[in-house]
Design a protein around this ligand. Structure first.
Ligand code: ADP
Length: 260
């Protein structure tokens, strides 16, 4: 809260108290509203895979014994949906907690160039159509004090978005460099669909997706960037997104090499 009232001995103090009190109520109300919205959005997201699994179970009961192809397909589809559900629950948990992540025990000396190259190799296998231009030579000899799992997660979210929203432009640039003695900057640059100005401010909000229809077709829950921001914030770093619609997007992640 902006103001504190220590004790009251006159009318002035009393009006100060009412101001503080009202501000407190406003914040509580806002926080309840966010909480309710989160539960509503989360339930909505969970309902889709559950309904799909329900549909397949009904198919199995009806046709599964006689028709081996229904048996195979429905079991496979249900397993796929279960995997999606599991990932969604992990993402929901990660994006709903507000207390600091337990990171002290996981901190390692991490070579960011190495992590970038490994992730790009993995994505290249899944998306052979994409062209990755990786510029990590300015990171040579540079290391970060970070949980390698967290760094991977941040990069995977942003690179996955660059791929999902690449449109017909298949080239993605990933660069890294030292910006101050103690900070590393990583940039993920695509020339894809881009985001219009009105939406840019909201992309780090939980469940926010530009153009629901377009995003639904592409997949994703709108939690990725909220999670990336939470992870980056946890290391006292920063993440920002600049974008021009129909031209492309630049995501910049700045991380301290060692943190307080
Ligand atoms: P999602 O799971 O929907 O991708 P994110 O939180 O990762 O959720 O991103 C929020 C929204 O921001 C996306 O739905 C998409 O509309 C937009 N977005 C994110 N990254 C990009 C990008 N590189 N290019 C265009 N749009 C993007």
């Amino acid at each position: 809260l902006a103001a504190r009232v220590d004790f009251i001995d006159n009318k002035d103090e009393l009006s100060k108290l009412s101001l503080v009190f009202n501000e407190m109520m406003d914040r509580l109300e806002e926080s309840f509203h966010h909480q309710n919205q989160f539960v509503e959005d989360a339930s909505h997201e969970l309902r889709t895979p559950i309904s799909i699994i329900e549909g397949h179970l009904n198919l199995l009961i009806r046709w599964g014994k006689e028709d081996p192809s229904v048996l195979n397909e429905s079991l496979k589809a249900s397993l796929d949906e279960l995997a999606r559900l599991k990932k969604l629950i992990q993402d929901l948990l990660l994006s709903s907690q507000t207390e600091p992540l337990q990171i002290e025990t996981d901190i390692e000396r991490v070579d960011p160039a190495d992590v970038i190259i490994k992730i790009v190799d993995d994505f290249s296998v899944i998306h052979p159509e994409m062209i990755f231009e990786v510029e990590t030579r300015y990171l040579s000899g540079i290391w970060l004090a970070i949980s390698v799992g967290h760094l991977k997660q941040i990069l995977m979210i942003v690179i996955d978005n660059a791929i999902k929203y690449s449109g017909d432009e298949k080239t993605i640039r990933i660069t890294g460099k030292l910006v101050t003695e103690n900070t590393v900057q990583l940039q993920i640059i695509d020339s894809g669909l881009g985001i219009s100005n009105e939406h840019i401010a909201h992309v780090f909000d939980r469940f926010y997706r530009v153009e629901k229809a377009r995003s639904r077709k592409i997949g994703g829950s709108g939690l990725g960037l909220a999670i990336a921001k939470r992870l980056v914030d946890n290391y006292q770093g920063s993440i920002r997104l600049e974008s021009v619609e129909h031209e492309g997007t630049v995501v910049t992640v700045v991380l301290p090499r060692s943190f307080a």
